[in-house]
Design a protein around this ligand. Structure first.
Ligand code: ZN
Length: 318
């Protein structure tokens, strides 16, 4: 009896191990087919469903009906997941927070930023009790990641009132959780990619304390990044991809941006109508001057001591 019981467990155990082995085999097989090296007529781009990614989403739509290069979009739910895909070469490029890409570059990942994701398009949102930047003293404020322009915008805004981040509690929170955290009173304000700022405003629980252009003129936020492997192996495709990208940005009128956003993002009309007033995509060239301003801020606010120089990281010559 005892022996039969034991052998039954041995069988169950063996089946479980086999099931795990099969599952991991198929997983590995799957990732190796989608990973490393895309086919010759597609470029694989990682993105997050935010308005800051609309230029590449528009480009993907425009190229669908072309005879040449196509974009294979890969959606991620968070910056760490997207970054992992970029850093391990599972994609050819990404629309990503430029500070995160700078950090990867600094750590030896072969990538270059080839254009901006957007211009402006960030706001500092607070509850309605906050009347000025000075009122943020002692309060709790959320940013998506330490390596972000949202962190820099907070630092810059606080400086206008003689404050630093030591004067309040700064927490990192997933963008999707920020509007509800503000509603619940868990935080007093936040700065994050859109449309999450507009969401709190449209719910009438938040207000725009400051827009990015009021804090930092020509601020950089997201960048379009390509891997060195893609740039070196497929220079003609890279050139055509970046040229089409800039054209797609110019084509993004507010109406067009809204159409694309409704297709790829889960946001309603009211939120998008507000959010899209704050952002533009018509000039996505990244200049040495604006990049160097970013470098200064990254060092000044302690995001990085040794960020990549313009010539090492920015590729403009297509
Ligand atoms: Zn952005």
């Amino acid at each position: 009896m005892e022996k039969r019981k034991i052998s039954k467990y041995v069988v169950i155990f063996t089946i479980t191990i086999l099931a795990f082995a099969l599952a991991s085999c198929s997983k590995n097989a799957g990732s190796s087919t989608v990973g490393k090296g895309t086919s010759s007529d597609t470029v694989k781009i990682a993105y997050l469903p935010i308005t800051h990614s609309l230029a590449v989403l528009e480009e993907a739509e425009e190229l669908k009906n072309s005879t040449g290069l196509k974009i294979e979009l890969v959606k991620y739910g968070s910056w760490p997941e997207l970054l992992d895909a970029l850093n391990t070469g599972q994609v050819d490029g990404a629309e990503v927070l430029i500070e995160l890409a700078m950090k990867s570059k600094q750590e030896g990942i072969g990538i270059k930023v080839v254009a901006l994701g957007h211009k402006d398009g960030n706001v500092i949102v607070t509850n309605k009790n906050i009347k000025s930047v000075a009122d943020l003293k002692g309060k709790k404020f959320a940013i998506p990641h330490r390596q972000s322009s949202h962190n820099i915008l907070l630092h810059d805004a606080l400086a206008t009132a003689g404050l630093t981040t030591d004067d309040l509690e700064v927490v990192e929170l997933a963008p999707t959780e920020m509007p509800s955290a503000l509603v619940a009173g868990q935080i007093d304000g936040y700065c994050v990619a859109e449309p999450f700022g507009a969401k709190a405003v449209s719910l009438d629980v938040g207000q725009v304390l400051l827009k990015s252009e009021e804090i930092w003129k020509d601020s950089l936020c997201c960048g379009l990044v390509l891997t060195d492997t893609f740039l070196n192996n497929r220079p003609d495709d890279a050139k055509s991809f970046v040229e089409n990208y800039k054209t797609a940005g110019k084509n993004l009128t507010t109406q067009k941006a809204k159409e694309i956003a409704k297709k790829y993002l889960s946001a309603d009309d009211t939120v998008l109508d507000l959010s899209l007033q704050w952002i533009s995509y018509n000039d996505l060239e990244i200049t040495e001057e604006t990049y160097n301003t970013l470098l200064e801020k990254v060092k000044k606010y302690g995001l990085s001591d040794n960020p990549p120089a313009f010539d090492d990281f920015v590729k403009n010559d297509f």
